[in-house]
Write a protein that binds this ligand. Structure first.
Ligand code: ADP
Ligand code: ZN
Length: 730
């Protein structure tokens, strides 16, 4: 008879709690959910261990009994319990927090909601209604404007996330009868009417065959083995995954395929369904109930293939044989709330625990994976050619400094890009243009004092959005009327820089009548909008697809022959040590969109820094060359993959309090860093010093090769349990 259960709770407190197991709950097993008394409250926790003796130092009569057992069978397998432990150890959170991140919200709470509240405009609304709300009720105006852009009902949760507003302006609008609430019970499966692809699988190229052979050999061995599939865009990586998947299913095992959220399109899903029948699709837009159902179907072995974004990594697939991480370099694989894990690390750990084969795939691998391949920790597989012998498009850098301004204004679309677009339109081909800034213009500048206009609560320049004539902070989403004068000196301010709205306006002027699909967070309110625009573009209903990073990934349109990057420097100017890596990856990814069909493609990249190493390498499609130079740079400045590190962020109501909080952090970390041989840097203001009215400071802790993490880990755990402290692995 097991008499004591160790229970993990979803709190930052880094310990488990012991309870006695009453005689009627003897069926309890590790991985089951239980209800427990906790102080005056009842909480749901997960049993992580059973013991015969009480925890040392606690008299048995002081230990309270479990209140009830929620699962007859364990909800989490021993492998998943271990995986959560790993996530906790590497991101410095508690075991319970890591476990909570694995479960669908419904199971964390105890039951699934069957419907979600939605809201939509009630009838035709226009400028007249917006104007009526404008000065007395700016929040209602914002809310209405947002709903006007959506082409149907929007989840209330989504509304809150996207506008930063609460539900109350919606309620006021509902009283006026301008919007109405509803419930969405059953979502029609967004992937149900995905095209049914059932063409015969292609004959593999010799290169693909080699890769597949190596992976299948590892699958036969039934032992964990990790691969890096380094293949240029269009080299047939997905076909390799599909063959490996087929072998894995023949063995009677299951698989998890992770793709970036944005790549979870009907096309992607259809490709997997066509080859391996029913697959579970897990993405962020599922309702609790849908996620719940999928989860149970997976756990019971009814669905053996899971395709999904980051969190699909925790799907309870029994007898897991294969884990694939496509586009492994993508930063959407990093979670930016607790637990701050990276899918790469967790994928490998899960494959390791389960004896599964793990494949990372990319045309531009992360330097972490590239280094691992060099050191033999990942087995390198290469696909250096496009399937069918197609060539990579020619990439041209346009030095914007040489583009003479017109009427005193710098060009948005350079002359070489104008020419390329003109010719493509002439031939009835299509183009994709990339600009990673939504809105009309990303800043206002004062010529007199050199100042710019920032958000009242954030240290962030305001973006002008033309369609609503508003200045918007892209961090806190606050809106204000466009500024007329400089807050510093009172002189008039001028708009500088180009966003997607302005680029669209320019293109319409240059090519009257051109059909442009603009794709950014302003035009793509709902997931369905994204899919419908891509469908229209694929059918040739638009000539140009213009957008933010939404257009950079995985799109495959054979009629696209021109790809333009309107401003490559946005990526390079990010205050982040990965800026160059991102910029290279971005140019390579967007280049991959050109010339997918019979006709050759060309890529035009506009920049003010044409001599930058990342751009020079991108012109030559030279990933290894770029990686070599960048790796040296990282070595010199002690950044990953050469060192491990964490960034610690603290905040305060004013600069003095933020400084104080940062000094406290230094005090806790300094002895640990000294003992472990770590390097402590800071405190310093982070790139965004003020956010939502709070002042912030950052501290960096780096652990070079040979440092001992143990003492530092203890200190980091201590910090993570504090309010207002963020510990973020680099
Ligand atoms: P990647 O994932 O590397 O960008 P894909 O797997 O999407 O490349 O392949 C690009 C295109 O080539 C797809 O349309 C795919 O169906 C096709 N393809 C892949 N392998 C072959 C092959 N061996 N023979 C013919 N076509 C192939
Ligand atoms: Zn702001």
């Amino acid at each position: 008879m097991r008499r004591f259960a160790r229970v993990a709770l979803d709190t930052p407190v880094r310990r488990e709690f012991s309870y006695s197991v009453p005689s009627d709950l003897q069926d309890v097993q590790p991985g089951c959910r239980v209800r427990i008394p906790f102080g005056p409250r009842r909480l749901v926790g997960i049993v992580v261990g059973l013991e015969n003796s009480p925890p040392s130092g606690v008299p048995p009569n002081k230990i309270r009994p479990l209140a009830s057992l929620l699962d007859a069978e364990p909800l989490l397998t021993p492998a998943l319990l271990r995986l959560a432990r790993h996530v906790a150890d590497t991101t410095f959170c508690s075991w319970g927090q890591a476990l909570a991140a694995m479960l669908p919200a419904s199971l964390r709470r105890g039951r699934a909601r069957r419907s979600v509240p939605v809201v939509e405009i009630a009838g035709a609304m226009g400028e007249e209604q917006l104007a009526e709300l404008r000065s007395p009720f700016p929040k209602q105006e914002r809310a209405l404007a947002f709903l006007m852009q959506a082409k149907g009902p929007v989840e209330v949760r989504e509304f809150r996330n996207r506008t930063g507003l609460s539900k109350s302006p919606l309620e006021s609008l509902a009283k006026r009868g301008w919007v109405r609430f509803g419930q969405r019970t059953e979502r029609s499966d967004p992937f149900a009417d995905a095209p049914k692809l059932d063409f015969p699988p292609p004959t593999l190229t010799p290169r693909q065959q080699e890769c597949v052979d190596q992976i299948c050999e590892a699958l036969e061995d039934g032992k964990n083995e990790d691969f890096l599939l380094f293949g240029i865009t269009g080299s047939g990586k997905t076909e390799v995954y599909l063959r490996a998947l087929k072998r894995c299913l023949e063995q009677g095992r299951g698989a998890i395929i992770l793709v970036p959220e944005i790549a979870l399109t009907p096309q992607t899903v259809a490709r997997f369904r066509a080859r391996c029948g029913e697959v579970a699709v897990l993405h962020s837009a599922l309702t609790d109930a849908e996620r719940h159902d999928q989860w149970l179907a997976i756990a019971e072995g009814r669905l053996r293939v899971v395709v999904g974004a980051r969190s699909a990594l925790f799907a309870p697939v029994p007898d897991l044989g294969l884990v694939v991480l496509d586009e492994e370099h993508e930063n959407s694989f990093k979670q930016d709330s607790v637990p701050r894990y990276h899918a790469r690390g967790v994928a490998r750990e899960r494959a390791h625990i389960e004896g599964a084969v793990c494949i990372f795939g990319s045309a531009t691998p992360s330097l972490e994976s590239w280094q691992a391949a060099k050191e033999g920790r990942l087995r390198l597989l290469e696909l250096p050619e496009r399937v069918g012998g197609g060539t990579l498009p020619r990439v041209r850098l346009v030095d914007m400094r040489n583009e003479k301004p017109e009427q005193g204004k710098w060009l948005v679309v350079s002359r070489p890009l104008q020419e390329a677009l003109g010719e493509a339109l002439e031939r009835e081909e299509q183009a994709i243009l990339f600009l990673n800034r939504r809105g009309y213009s990303p800043a206002w500048h004062c010529r007199q004092c050199g100042g710019s206009v920032s958000c009242a609560r954030c240290d962030v320049a305001l973006t002008f959005h033309r369609w609503r004539e508003k200045a918007l902070c892209h961090r806190c989403l606050a809106e204000s009327p466009p500024p007329r004068s400089c807050p510093g000196c009172g002189d008039p301010v001028t708009m500088v820089g180009v966003g997607t709205e302005r680029a669209e306006e320019t293109l319409l002027r240059l090519f009257p009548g051109v059909r442009i699909a603009r794709m950014d967070r302003d035009t793509m309110v709902r997931r369905q909008d994204y899919e419908s625009v891509l469908g229209d573009f694929g059918r040739g209903e638009f000539d140009i697809l213009l957008g933010t990073q939404m257009v950079a990934k995985g799109l495959d349109f054979p009629r696209v022959t021109v790809v333009g990057v309107l401003d490559a420097d946005t990526a390079l100017h990010q205050p982040d040590f990965r800026a160059a890596e991102r910029c290279f990856g971005l140019v390579a990814q967007v280049s991959g969109r050109a010339g997918r069909g019979e006709r050759p493609g060309q890529v035009v990249v506009q920049t003010w820094m044409p001599e930058h190493a990342a751009l020079r390498a991108a012109v030559h499609h030279d990933y290894p060359g770029f990686a070599k130079g960048e790796m040296e740079e990282r070595r010199d400045f002690l950044y990953p993959p050469h060192v491990k590190g964490v960034r610690i962020l603290v905040e305060g109501a004013d600069p003095a309090r933020a400084d104080k909080a940062a000094r406290d952090v230094m005090e806790i970390l300094a002895p640990a860093a000294k003992e472990g041989g770590g390097i402590l840097l800071g405190p310093a203001p982070p790139p965004i010093e003020k956010l939502r009215g709070r002042w912030r400071r950052q501290v960096l802790l780096k652990a070079p090769a040979g440092a001992s993490m143990a003492p530092m880990r203890e200190a980091l755990y201590t910090l993570c349990q504090r309010q207002g402290v963020i510990v973020d692995p680099l």
